[in-house]
Design a protein around this ligand. Structure first.
Ligand code: NAD
Length: 361
């Protein structure tokens, strides 16, 4: 196959060390890539005044495929999340997060095989926020009082939660199409429609309607709190889950916990024309530069990317190498050992070395 042009965003925190490990294993598997390296995040913000320069977006638009390391988002104040902005700017409306337990991984259940499909552009992540004490916030509070007779305390901050028919229809279709293409049996829509009747209620209504055009796939819905409890108790009852943005974010981490932690949870943000592959986990700043963090989540995201660009054989070989390493439990990072201070844990780059040895061997 010819060389692939792929945008690489190393990210910050542990991002650069895990993306470097991933580049090495992809090369080790014999896939040739022209990496268009584009930086974004905290350091870029300090140097250029913006955390996500236009050239990053342009590069992804040109190459159509990107591999992205995690990027830190300041809490409460500072710039908006680069991750959220990227998904919105490129309309990467579907966040796909398969959570499959590998034999040998330390997890509660041996046979978890869930796929979380998270809506990526709407909901409380829309970025429509009103800061406490701002004039427009007080005006909004007055407006709401005049229209609904509901009183919001004047010292409130407000975040808006938009959920549309358009946004819901396309994410639910994505979930069903994914289920069909991948031999999955059931889609479960997740919501809190009993409380948020006009946002989650709409999500549920649209999901129920879309489900009617997929009679070959079983369909059901669950209320989010019950869903969390059920996933912890009997994850084997579930297959593909489709959720609005915020619940999707939270349930992704819950599902990651079921299969052995964030070190094993891959992901992709997919739009009509482009796809950005990234692990579920964040930049884990306390581990930055320590060669400690598990690169497998990022590698499994890269395997999803290789399948996406047609490099299926290399993807299968890499997955096999990772599965055999997990099963053996020897060349794995601290998070996959019985205790975090296990002296036999290896570092990020040693995991990559071992994978390369096996894919080549
Ligand atoms: P995090 O996922 O970075 O880390 C939480 C903890 O999980 C870590 O301290 C570590 O103990 C463990 N962990 C995470 N990844 C691991 C791995 N690969 N191997 C082993 N252990 C791992 O979550 P956080 O601390 O809440 O967030 C840190 C920063 O990352 C924040 O600024 C957040 O906004 C950002 N973030 C970015 C993305 C993204 O870029 N897509 C996603 C989530 C969080």
């Amino acid at each position: 196959m010819s060389k692939h042009n792929i945008t690489l965003i190393p990210g910050d925190g542990v991002g650069p060390e895990i993306t470097e490990a991933v580049q090495r294993v992809i090369a080790g598997a014999g896939v040739e890539v022209n990496w268009d390296v584009q930086h974004a995040g905290t350091d870029v913000f300090e140097a250029e005044g913006v955390p996500l320069p236009g050239r990053v977006i342009e590069s992804i638009k040109k190459n159509k495929v990107a591999l992205k390391g995690p990027v830190t988002t300041p809490v409460g104040t500072g710039f908006r999340s680069v991750n959220v902005t990227l998904r919105q700017e490129l309309d990467l409306y579907a966040c796909l997060r398969p959570c499959k337990s590998y034999a040998g991984a330390r997890c509660v259940y041996p046979n978890v095989d869930l796929v979380v499909v998270r809506e990526n552009t709407e909901d409380l992540y829309a970025g429509i926020e009103f800061q406490k004490d701002k004039e427009e916030t007080l005006e909004l509070i007055e407006f709401i009082k005049s229209k609904t007779k509901k009183v919001i305390r004047p010292d409130s901050g407000i975040s808006i939660k938009p959920i549309s028919v358009f946004g819901t229809e396309r994410i639910v279709r994505f979930a069903f199409d994914y289920a069909r293409k991948n031999g999955r049996k059931k889609v479960t829509s997740v919501h809190k429609a009993n409380i948020m009747k006009h946002s989650d209620g709409l999500f549920l209504e649209v999901a129920n309607n879309v489900a009617k055009s997929y009679p070959d796939i079983e369909y059901e819905d669950r209320i989010i709190d019950n869903m969390c409890m059920q996933l912890v108790q009997k994850p084997e009852l579930y297959d593909v889950l489709v959720l609005p943005n915020l619940y999707g974010d939270i349930v992704s981490d819950l599902a990651a916990g079921l299969i052995g932690g964030l070190g094993l949870a891959p992901g992709a943000n997919i739009g009509a024309e482009m796809a950005v592959f990234e692990a579920t986990h964040g930049s884990a700043p306390k581990y930055k530069g320590l060669n400690k963090i598990n690169p497998m989540a990022m590698m499994l995201s890269a395997i999803m990317m290789l399948n996406h660009i047609g490099e299926r054989e290399a993807a299968t070989r890499l997955d096999g190498a990772i599965a055999s390493i997990i099963k053996e439990g020897k060349h794995v990072t601290y998070d996959m050992k019985p205790t975090p201070d296990d002296p036999t844990a290896v570092g990020t780059s040693q995991v990559a070395d071992e994978i390369i040895r096996r894919v080549k061997g």
